[in-house]
Each structure stands twice: as structure tokens, then as C-alpha cells.
Ligand binder design. Sequence first.
Ligand SMILES: [Zn+2]
Ligand SMILES: [Zn+2]
Length: 353
Amino acid sequence: MRAWVVVENGKPLQQIELPTPEPTGTQVLLEVTHCGVCHSDLHIWEGFYDLGGGKRMSLKDRGVVLPLAMGHEIVGRVAKLGPEARGVKVGDLRIVYPWVGCGTCAACTGEQDNMCLTPRSIGVYQNGGYGSHVVAPHPRHLVDPGTIDPAVAATYACSGITVYSAIRKIMPIAAGEAVVVVGAGGLGMNAIAVLKALGHGNIVVVDVSAEKRAAAMQAGATKTVDGTGEGVTQRILDACGGPVLAVVDLVNGTATARFAFDALRKGGKLVQVGLFGGDLTVPLPLMAIRALTIQGSYVGTPADLRELVALAQSGKLSALPVATVPQAQANDALMRLRDGRITGRVVLRSDVA
Ligand SMILES: [Zn+2]
Ligand SMILES: [Zn+2]
């Protein structure tokens, strides 16, 4: 098999040949047709997360081993089944749920794979979709995209379920109540689409880029707010008609966390999703007096992926702006994402797509 791999952190991806894996047990080998390029790939490529105050979390220390084919937003065609794999057949097109764990603990056997304490996420801890082939540990990690465009379906495996799972954490909320979405990149576009599909009618989107704010309006945002510089909290309050009950921060950096937290009203909830990095100082009495909640949200479950795909199949979820590029241009796509030159999502398309 061919793969475009991280050999050294921060250096260009290299094309290499690897032995094609032989599926064992319940494993399923798939030929990759599509793979989304996700912002978190940039962190894996760089090799660390910024924890604020000059502290970094090294991904090598977390068990990421190089060389690695990144890519966790995968659609592929079943190529070979392990002797114990059931429920799919060769040639089936499937979305791969990538947030797999040990496969044996209570989280994994309870369909909460993303909460496993020994993650084996595809494209992070084992080779992913920046290659010609990928191995799914079990058929239950495969979801039929049905009639959904496979390039769009691929993005459901990370940006889709990440947003879906985060939005479920602010529900139930009245349809006319303002929901603030911070960040109008790939995740932000997904958030607007999911909120609309769930019948929500008041979506206020914050972003520093005028171009991305315009894209958010086109995608169905009610209002947008310029996230640049000082006074962002006030601009959010103005747009929402006062302090808000729910903010989903898809950037989650020092600046966004600050203005998002400061915009909350009594009983409000800030759901932190992004991995931009930094830290947040919280005034503790306000947490109690205002009964505030700050909750982290990390990707989603296999059930989240199945529900999201069903929502898309129902026709309620509008298709997102997705651009496809040949898989061999993985490095170029990653660099464009790093430089902020991508609106929506870029998806690698293989020769067999
Ligand atoms: Zn991702
Ligand atoms: Zn586990």
C-alpha cells in the first residue's frame, strides 16, 4: 500500500510504500476512497498541543508513533474481511468510525469508544486515511453512507460527530433561544447545518474572518459577530439581545474562551470543543452564583455517527462546502489548512474513488 506519512514533526509529508495489512479476527480492510483533512491533523503533524502558559502536551508522550499516515475522516470500500468479521461484504462503501479504543473495556463494549482510556484512534495512534488502505478493528465501526456524497460523508466521522455531540450537550434549548457558535471553519459550517437540521432557528456565529462570516450567513446563520480584538463579549450580547444560555466554542483558545465565558447568563453552558490551545481563568464565585457549566466535548460515539448519517439521509442536513483534491496532494492540502486558506472542508480523493 501507498501512504503519505509524517516522518518528522513539522516536516513535509512523505510518500512511502508499506506492506498492505492483512485483516485478522474481526478486522476489516478497506481501500480508502475519501479522507477529510482535519484541523487536528495539524496538531498531530506539529507534534504537540499548546496548554497555555508556555506548557505543551507532546503527542509522542501520548503514544503517537512516527511514521504515521494521518487522516481520520475516512470513507472506503471494503477490500477484505478478517475471519470473524460479519455484516459487511467486499465492495461495500463505508464511513469508518475512527475513535476506537482497546475494544474490550466497558467504554468500548458500551459503544463509548471515544471515552476509552487507551485510545487507538485511526489516523492518530494507527495509520489512517492518508493512505491507500486502512484497517477498521470491527464492522460495528463502519457506517453505510447510503446516498450521501462520500466526500461529505467522510467529514461526518470527525467534524460532523464532534459538532453533533457538542450540540447534543446544549440541548434541549428553545428553538428561538440564541446559540452562539464560535468559529466558522469546517466545524462551524457543520454546526450551523446540524442546528438547522434539528430545527434550531437562532444561530449567532463569531469569527475573526469577514470571508468566513459571510460564508456562515450564506449557510444559514441568523447573525454574525466580528471576533477580532476588544469588545467581542459586548458585540455578542448586542447580537443576542443580552447574555446567552449556550455557547459552543469550536476554536477554544485563550481569547475565545474568555469572551465566550463572559457572555454566559445564569444557568448558561459553555461547551469547549476546539483544540486551538491556551488557558482560561475562571472567577469561581460566578460559577456558583450563576450556576454556570463549562463542559469539554471530544468527538462522538458510533451512535452519534449513525444518528448524524440518518439525519443527513432524511434530507434535513444541508450538504457542506467540500472541496476534493487528489490524495497525492495531502501535504499541500495540510499546508493550506495551516495557512487559513480553506473555507469549509478539503477532502482527499483517491484514485479508486
Ligand atoms: Zn478531526
Ligand atoms: Zn477501551
